[in-house]
Design a protein around this ligand. Structure first.
Ligand code: PLP
Ligand code: COI
Length: 342
């Protein structure tokens, strides 16, 4: 455990920093135990555990923020609880009661309160709920025993660029998810396969890959840990829910904010990557719990580059960022009832 006094909260990136306490609950003989807070630490696991051999695991990503008043906020935790259970269902794992999920989140946050970055640092306490099959299996089938863990880590921006734009490479070599697969599920299986593409893209100077659909290699899907938005012909467009993109909670919130707070028309539709290179696409950004709203400075494909707004954050991107983070930090009225105080 790192002493919170030794953490420089003002220069955090998105890296693991150990905190004091985690929540653990076990599923055995067909039911969940009560669950408890324990010191953060290693766990014992069978080498035959289903998660280690066949990847039967899911996770969520949430943040606790410190408001100016000192209050601690969560953003739409009920939505994370619902998605956790949808992911569990797809991966043939037991669901977890959503009220208990939120209660456990609150308790872990309270126990690690000293690790919540101060208001003016812009950082957050990242919350990582995870559920995996830890029962031993040899044939490919669901484990019978499962473990739920919720741990936390203080974080800064997901992309080191922060609210400065990132350069993305559109890939025609790699895809992230295929129809009928697990792309819309927050399963651990979707992430390991994106590491090599990301490493290759980084070696060419890009922050990440912008993935296309696996069938046509034509339509924008997402960034792999964040959803995509483009301002095209003055409308805010985002890829429709095809079952292959992760249906982001930030994505849903941005659609609502754009429509109701900025009066911008929104579209959930197929977006050809070619539209991004057209001058009708004037701004682009990606969204997620970790990524918040990260402006996209440029997209490139096979040597062709499109630069947005001279690489500076666009006007609508900036407005949406200010409104979203303003609500999350209790500076703008939460008229949608999105905030839960810890
Ligand atoms: N896409 C992927 C693959 C993700 O892992 C995430 C992060 O959770 C997102 C998009 C954004 O989702 P959310 O806004 O719910 O954090
Ligand atoms: C999040 O935004 O919370 C995520 O889960 C993305 C993650 C893979 C860092």
């Amino acid at each position: 455990m790192v002493n919170p006094k030794d953490i420089d909260f003002y220069s955090l990136g998105f890296n693991f920093v150990e905190t004091k306490t985690m929540f653990v609950s076990d599923f055995k003989d067909g039911k969940w135990d009560e669950g408890k807070l324990v010191p953060f630490g290693n766990i014992e696991i069978s080498p035959a555990a289903c998660v280690l051999n066949y990847g039967q695991g899911i996770f969520e990503g949430m943040k606790a923020l410190r408001a100016k008043s000192g209050e601690i906020t969560l953003f739409k935790p009920n939505e994370n609880g619902k998605r956790f259970n949808q992911s569990a269902k797809r991966m043939l794992m037991p669901k977890y009661d959503i009220d208990k999920f939120i209660e456990a989140i609150k308790n872990v946050v309270k126990a690690n309160e000293d690790y919540i970055p101060p208001y003016d640092s812009g950082g957050a306490l990242y919350i990582r709920p995870m559920l995996f099959g830890n029962g031993p299996m040899l044939g490919v089938a669901s484990a019978k025993e499962f473990k739920l863990i919720i741990f936390t880590a203080p974080v800064g921006p997901y992309f080191p660029e922060g609210f400065n734009g990132i350069d993305l490479e559109i890939s025609k070599k790699y895809t992230r998810a295929a129809p009928g697969g697990t792309g819309s599920t927050k399963t651990i299986c979707n992430y390991a396969g994106t590491m090599l593409p990301a490493k290759e893209a980084k070696s060419r100077g890009f922050a990440q890959i912008l993935y296309l659909d696996a069938v046509n290699l034509e339509f924008i899907e997402e960034v792999g840990a964040a959803n995509f938005f483009g301002l095209i012909n003055g409308k805010l467009a985002t890829p429709r829910k095809t079952g292959t993109i992760l249906e982001g909670i930030t994505r849903e919130s941005i659609l609502e904010l754009a429509l109701k707070k900025l009066g911008i028309e929104v579209e959930e539709r197929d977006i050809s990557y070619k539209e991004l290179f057209d001058e009708s696409c004037t701004e682009a950004f990606c969204s997620g719990t970790a990524a918040v709203i990260t402006p996209i400075a440029s997209v490139s494909l096979e040597g062709k580059e499109k630069i947005f707004n001279n690489k500076a954050p666009g006007e609508i991107t900036t407005k949406l960022y200010e409104i979203l983070t303003g609500i999350q930090r209790l500076e703008i009225e939460d008229e949608f009832g999105w905030i839960v105080k810890v």
